[in-house]
Write a protein that binds this ligand. Structure first.
Ligand SMILES: Nc1ncnc2c1ncn2[C@@H]1O[C@H](COP(=O)(O)OP(=O)(O)O)[C@@H](O)[C@H]1O
Ligand SMILES: [Mg+2]
Length: 259
């Protein structure tokens, strides 16, 4: 579904993303991990069109996204959440979803109507998203007044309001309690059941190892390993990238995971 070929993004002398090859398949949850500064968020920003690449290509179902503006990529079916929550704090929960809503082309065949059994009006779809995110009783609250975990859930719902086929989650579990992570895991699995493809960037290993179908590991902007969660967990290259040593996996890390 998503194919990144020879993708690079340099910031001056910094090679944030460096000749990256990545292929996310339709319907899977692909976990992307890597130490701080390894280029994970830059990759998301390239796919969403926040930055143009220095070189390389970005294809969604064979369509070249590179020359499309960010809003065109949303229409093409790409959606995201941010590493640092970005909501309209002065709008209500309902309004945050209302402004993000898209009447996707071919909507009658989208996961939304399949999942909910029929085509719904915009108002009903937003109501369903509120229920999905457990915010049904908060629709008139200002987003800025929500608790942290609720804001994260609203971001997730907002990302779904454009009816994406691909959703990019940039560290959605950051700052969450263990119970909230369990809850998030269930929501991500539900997205997959709905038919949404998920690219999950995450430092919380408990989540990424449990929920991903496949995992890729970035280091210095390049994929250094790719495989099933158990393969990645046991890969010495990965342990070296994270901990600076293939033997030492329990501490003294020079390149810590910022949980
Ligand atoms: N807008 C930017 N301007 C300059 N350098 C940037 C910018 N965004 C990211 N970088 C640099 O690119 C590298 C990768 O950053 P990032 O993609 O945020 O990593 P990650 O999300 O894996 O922690 C880092 O060295 C970072 O400092
Ligand atoms: Mg990041």
């Amino acid at each position: 579904m998503l194919r990144l070929s020879n993708l690079s993004k340099y910031f001056g002398g910094v090679r944030a993303v460096d000749a990256l090859e990545l292929n996310v398949k339709t319907g899977e949850i692909f976990g992307l991990i890597g130490p701080n500064g390894s280029g994970k968020s830059t990759t998301v920003n390239l796919v969403c069109g926040i930055f143009g690449p220095t070189s390389g290509s970005i294809e969604l179902d064979g369509v070249d996204l590179k020359r499309q503006a960010p809003h065109q990529r949303i229409d093409a079916g790409v959606s995201r959440t941010f590493q640092n929550i970005r909501l309209f704090d002065d709008l209500t929960v309902w309004q945050n979803l209302w402004v993000a809503w898209r009447d996707a082309p071919g909507q009658e065949h989208s996961w939304f109507s399949n999942w909910f059994g029929r085509s719904l009006s915009r108002r009903h779809e937003i109501q369903k998203l509120l229920e999905f995110s457990g915010l049904g009783d908060k629709s008139n609250n200002l987003a800025g007044n929500l608790a942290f975990g609720e804001q994260r859930r609203l971001e997730l719902a907002r990302a779904m309001a454009s009816k994406p086929k691909l959703i990019l989650l940039d560290e959605p579990a950051a700052g969450m309690s263990s119970a909230e992570v369990t809850d998030l895991r269930q929501r991500i699995l539900t997205m997959k059941e709905m038919g949404i493809t998920v690219l999950l960037i995450e430092h919380v290993m408990e989540l990424v190892m449990n929920v991903s179908d496949r995992i890729g590991v970035l280091n210095f902007g390049t994929l250094i390993a790719e495989g099933l969660p158990e393969e990645i967990q046991n890969n010495p290259l990965v342990q070296k990238a994270y901990f600076g040593s293939s033997e030492n996996t329990s501490g003294g890390d020079t390149n810590a995971i910022d949980q």
